[in-house]
Ligand binder design. Structure first.
Ligand SMILES: Cc1cc2nc3c(=O)[nH]c(=O)nc-3n(C[C@H](O)[C@H](O)[C@H](O)COP(=O)(O)O)c2cc1C
Length: 201
């Protein structure tokens, strides 16, 4: 049985397409799922305690630094325990929801999730399957807004840096263009979700 980490992040909450499709996808795999609802329980943005704490030996950390690093350690453990990571995200101002950016900030840890070796940086979170479920108002797969897509490329860059290179995307796009466009995007996403779930399970 697969261990699944399901991360949902769209600030649109219950109205979110990415949250719904990501949640359904995780249940289709049928593994042991850990749910991290970043939209419902946002992590505190990283601050000086985290940024200075990661470069301070554990025994010399202040109480604030210990608390910030404990949050990060728990998120890293949660990530490493998963075989499959499903991330739902709606595009916000061409990029990630802030809560998801914060999650990336916490899991990107030198010595824990990446390290610098003789041949440069090396990701330490390997052997994972990642499914991105992304939603956007406009269309980014083709047309004039392609270069404005800082959602999927950013996620792939950050996850790839940590060693997660086996990444598939289910994208619901063009959702501002009316009911018909939404229905089409949802139907295509559901088909892709079913196909991927069969290959992952
Ligand atoms: C604050 C905010 C900013 C948004 N910014 C963009 C954007 O830059 N580009 C875009 O195509 N859609 C944008 N949208 C539309 C969302 O991407 C769209 O509603 C999508 O369905 C959100 O994902 P969800 O359905 O999973 O919540 C924005 C929506 C909100 C609420």
């Amino acid at each position: 049985m697969k261990n699944v980490l399901l991360i949902t992040s769209s600030p649109r909450g219950e109205a979110s397409h990415s949250t719904r499709v990501a949640t359904e996808f995780a249940s289709k795999i049928g593994g042991q799922t850990v749910l991290r609802e970043l939209w419902r329980e946002p992590l505190p943005a990283i601050g000086t305690d985290f940024a200075l704490g990661i470069h301070t030996p554990p025994e010399q950390r202040t109480e604030g630094q210990k608390a910030a690093i404990a949050v990060s350690d728990a998120l890293v453990d949660e990530l490493k325990a998963a075989d499959v990571i499903v991330i739902g995200a709606g595009m916000i101002n061409f990029g990630l929801p802030a809560t998801l950016k914060t999650w990336i900030d916490y899991i990107t840890r030198s010595g824990l999730t990446f390290q610098y070796g003789e041949s440069g940086p090396q990701g330490l979170v390997t052997g994972k399957k990642v499914i991105l479920v992304l939603a956007s108002g406009a269309v980014y797969s083709s047309g004039p807004f392609q270069a404005y897509n800082h959602l999927e490329p950013t996620l792939r860059t950050n996850l790839g840096f940590l060693g997660m290179t086996d990444v598939e995307t289910i994208w619901l796009e063009g959702l501002v263009y009316g009911d018909e466009a939404v229905a089409g995007a949802v139907a295509r996403a559901d088909v892709r979700s079913q196909e991927l779930a069969t290959s992952v399970a």
